[in-house]
Design a protein around this ligand. Structure first.
Ligand SMILES: Cc1ncc(COP(=O)(O)O)c(C=O)c1O
Ligand SMILES: [Zn+2]
Length: 421
């Protein structure tokens, strides 16, 4: 389906790098590169198809310390670095020995994406969507968002000098609202949940001309940005794939793209082919994929979210069925944890590794713990857990769980009485 929005663009040569077409994930039907997102034959989701040239580790390593070092593998032009953008990526992959010891895991890493320009992995996808929006000549850069995406779109649009309009559920955490409103004068808070906001965005995309909704009508380009998480993890491990990886799931896009990235690296000969297990993490209050996984069914039944993990609160996940395929196909699993476990996950990562994650990361760490406790994860294998966002954006979620150990007057006697010495 074409969004009528962005007028049939005259694309410049090389506008999408080595991308050749849009290909239907369901039936394989191909359409030409454009602002399309659904297959005209079967309404399946469209994905980018490429004709990759030979790419070497040395070429990539000589690139900038951001996602554009992988530009040959993304739907972006060769001169992408010349266009103002937030230059996300190449975040730290940290050994997590303290957390590993607490959980009884031999070999654990945290990919810490909370240090991206607007403090979540969404800067990666937005940078790719911005490039597509530019190439299509879009006038407005927009999104429906559970929070982090709104922050990333608003900031990237400001830097690129393109008008932004971002839509969020009105009950979103206040820091996430401020983190958008500071970059744009067009933050729209919608009374409803994310799925209501998403529906409204699709309607606007169908009505208004020149609007690029990053995760609606330019979604195929946007989603490719998450592949860079997979590329970086492999490169930072010394051009090697981990044995197991735990990834939070909202729409499921990120998880499918990390898997796609690993497959591409294998196909390009950049890493050795080996098995790896992919695990999805959800909060119990919004766990449609985990519920389907545990029931052993293929269909995902939409839910009404009720969880503190608002960034993961997508009740009708677009890529949920592909997450099931990947987690089952690789021998991984999908698991979910309660809000109390999410809070405990946030505090555990903070106190073991000095990383303050948001509720999505709390969910992922808590799921990692549950996977170990339930014997679903092999504790002897090398494991990576992705931290996708920053705790300062969801302070309220742990405000009741952490507090000063004592409030005292400024005398030594008062301090001594606390027993902290
Ligand atoms: C911090 C954070 N982590 C993970 C996700 C999940 O991403 P996806 O929708 O690609 O599954 C989101 C989505 O909004 C997010 O904000
Ligand atoms: Zn199709």
């Amino acid at each position: 389906m074409s969004a009528p929005v962005i007028e049939k663009p005259r694309l410049r040569e090389g506008a999408f790098g080595n991308a050749t077409a849009l290909s239907c994930r369901e039936c394989g039907h191909q359409v030409e590169l454009g602002p399309h997102y659904a297959c005209p034959e079967c309404f399946g989701p469209l994905e980018i198809a490429y004709d990759f040239p030979r790419v070497t580790r040395e070429q990539i390593e000589a690139g900038p310390r951001n996602i554009w070092r992988y530009k040959a593998l993304l739907p972006v032009p060769d001169d992408i670095e010349q266009s103002p953008n937030t230059e996300p990526g190449f975040t730290r992959l940290l050994r997590a020995d303290n957390l590993a010891a607490e959980l009884g895991i031999a070999d654990l890493w945290v990919k810490d994406d909370s240090t991206n320009p607007t403090n979540s992995f969404k800067d990666r996808v937005v940078a790719c969507a911005l490039s597509a929006a530019r190439e299509f000549g879009a006038k407005v850069f927009a999104c429906p968002s559970t929070g982090n995406l709104a922050n990333a779109v608003a900031a990237a649009g400001a830097r690129a000098g393109i008008k932004t309009v971002v839509f969020i559920p009105s009950n979103l955490e206040q820091p996430k609202q401020v983190n958008s409103a500071v970059f744009t004068d067009s933050l729209v808070a919608v009374e409803g949940n994310y799925d209501d906001v998403n529906k409204l965005a699709s309607e606007i995309a169908g009505e208004e001309e020149g609007w690029a909704f990053v995760n609606v009508n330019v979604r195929p380009y946007y989603a490719e940005g998450s592949k860079t998480l997979g590329y970086e993890i492999a490169e930072q491990l010394g051009w090697r794939l981990p044995d197991q990886i735990v990834i939070p799931v909202a729409s499921g896009s990120q998880l499918t793209k990390v898997h796609k990235a690993f497959q591409e690296l294998i196909a390009l000969g950049l890493v050795e082919d080996k098995p790896y297990k992919v695990y999805g993490a959800q909060a119990t209050g919004c766990s449609p994929v985990s519920v389907a996984y545990k029931a052993g069914v293929d269909a995902i039944r939409p839910v009404k979210p009720d969880t503190i993990a608002k960034s993961l609160a997508i009740g009708n996940p677009a890529d949920g069925i592909y997450v099931l395929d990947i987690c089952r196909g690789t021998g991984g699993a999908v698991e979910d944890v309660t809000d109390d476990e999410v809070r405990a996950g946030i505090v555990q990562l903070a106190r073991t590794e000095g990383i303050f994650t948001e509720t999505a990361g709390g969910t992922t760490v808590a799921v990692l713990k549950k996977l170990v406790e339930t014997g679903q994860l092999d504790t002897t294998l090398e494991t990576v857990v992705i931290n996708t966002g920053h705790g300062l954006k969801t302070l309220d979620s742990v405000a009741g769980a952490v507090a000063p150990a004592a409030t005292i007057d400024s005398s030594y006697a008062a301090f001594a009485a606390t027993g902290l010495a």
